[in-house]
Design a protein around this ligand. Structure first.
Ligand code: PHE
Length: 455
């Protein structure tokens, strides 16, 4: 019997059925986690909220709050063997299928995030091209103007088309020959580019000042707010709440240790974010530039630094290729969530699903892009341009609710699933304790904070 089922599993794998290898799963999950959040958001909030002191806080949040949810999502997916909704249905107690609603929230969240994340991915592609061709550095140091006029115009529409189509192409090829293969190439390449750029950055004059702005602990900047920012960042950066880790988890074979996978993903996520900071701050400081916040940091300040560096067009090009790659592997994990859902629940084929979803996502991403300083910038939804509205609605509202649901479901409500990671007794008790009593409180705090309750 046991040999029978192993043989069957082997046969399925040989046919390229939808299962990750251990390494493939870890690469894909790191690919989802490491994204624009690590590459531009993490460095500037770290600089802003207390450097090394914030970093410690971030790591604590990641370990105590992020990892337990990550593990719960992976367990939900593997034990439930399906997309975000199916997994809830499979593990819910009799008469409690209503939990599937939270799976549906994740599917909606990932769909909405795709509509604006693909826009920003397009920007990084434009910047990579403009840097490599040298166009970015012609016409003086008008990078703020360049950014504003580029994002407000129509050329982003072409780049985001490439982003959506490229993501669709990977997903259409399936789990093993699409998602796994793509991430197995991209994540190690990303590591190499990161290291190269870090060496370059740390070699610049005055690099030490940048590194110490980034990492020197300043405990006076720690506050309740910085703790909430660290929490929110740990949550977003591990791609929690959007069903990506549940969906990927459903493709993991039964032998793999989920605990070890979760730790590898958490560690990979921290390391990639740290190196990104060690590129960005030494580079800006070496050129006497102010580290700005948000998109301004990578799209406005850094081009100016690259323009002053020998072979700057090449390093700039590499840097934006890095951002684009990190963004792509996250887009891939996002698209798989609604694709898996429509295959299972609406009976679509993978190809149909990819086609329909990509067309719809692109159709929404067009007005989204035009709402960033462009033709639709005055068109408001709940007082925000479409781009900001989508980010706010998905990241601040849907993700924390869906994350809280996974936590409570695995912590209290599921018929089974908690045993799925097969942790040792001590670790299991710790995990359950965190899931039941600690994580829900903190996720609720993230939610209230992002809703503006603490001002
Ligand atoms: N974790 C990604 C990042 O840090 C963001 C992301 C959110 C990716 C949602 C996938 C889904 O940028």
């Amino acid at each position: 019997m046991a040999t029978d089922s192993t043989n069957q599993a082997r046969k399925k794998q040989a046919q390229g059925a939808d299962t990750f290898s251990s390494f493939g799963f870890i690469m894909a999950a790191i690919g989802s986690a490491v994204g624009l959040g690590n590459m531009w958001k993490f460095p500037y909030i770290t600089g802003m909220y207390g450097g090394g002191a914030f970093l410690v806080l971030f790591i604590v949040c990641l370990l105590l709050i992020g990892l337990p949810i990550l593990l719960a999502e992976m367990a939900l997916g593997r034990a439930g063997r399906g997309d975000a909704v199916t997994s809830y249905h499979a593990l819910a107690k009799k008469g409690q299928k209503i939990w599937g609603v939270f799976g549906l929230l994740s599917v909606i969240a990932s769909f909405l995030i795709l509509c604006y994340y693909s826009v920003v991915t397009g920007w990084t592609m434009h910047y990579a091209v403009a840097s490599l061709t040298g166009n970015l550095f012609r016409g003086g140091q008008q990078y703020a103007e360049h950014f504003a006029s580029f994002t407000a115009g129509t050329s982003p529409l072409l780049y985001q088309l490439l982003a959506v189509a490229g993501t669709g192409w990977v997903i259409a090829r399936g789990v093993t020959s699409g998602i796994e293969k793509f991430n197995k190439i991209m994540i190690p390449s990303l590591g190499i580019i990161l290291l190269l750029l870090m060496l370059r950055a740390l070699w610049l004059p005055n690099a030490g000042a940048g590194a110490s702005f980034f990492l020197q602990p300043d405990f006076s900047k720690l506050s309740v707010i910085s703790a909430l920012v660290a929490l929110g960042q740990a949550f977003y950066s591990l791609s929690l709440g959007m069903g990506a880790m549940v969906t990927y988890g459903s493709y993991v074979d039964a032998k793999q240790s989920l605990g070890r996978a979760a730790i590898a993903v958490g560690a990979g996520n921290i390391v990639y974010a740290l190196i990104a900071g060690l590129i960005i701050f030494p580079t800006t400081y070496a050129f006497g530039l102010q580290a700005a916040q948000g998109p301004g940091l990578v799209f406005i300040v850094l081009p100016s630094a690259f323009s002053g560096m020998p072979f700057g067009y090449l390093f700039g090009g590499l840097f934006f290729i890095l951002l684009a790659t990190a963004a792509f592997t996250s887009l891939v994990s996002l698209l798989e969530v609604p694709v898996a859902f429509t295959i299972k629940h609406w009976g679509w084929s993978r190809k149909t699903s990819v086609l329909v979803l990509c067309v719809t996502i692109y159709a929404i991403s067009v007005p989204t892009s035009l709402s960033v300083g462009g033709a639709l910038s005055n068109w408001m939804l709940a007082g925000k341009p479409l781009f900001d509205f989508l980010d706010f609605f998905a990241s601040n509202l849907l993700l924390p609710i869906a994350g809280l649901a996974v936590t409570l479901f695995i912590g209290y409500a599921a018929r089974k699933g908690a045993e799925e990671p097969r942790l040792g007794p001590g670790t299991f008790r710790l995990w359950m304790f965190l899931l039941r009593y600690i994580v829900p409180v903190f996720v609720t705090l993230i939610f209230l904070y992002s809703m503006g309750v603490f001002g």
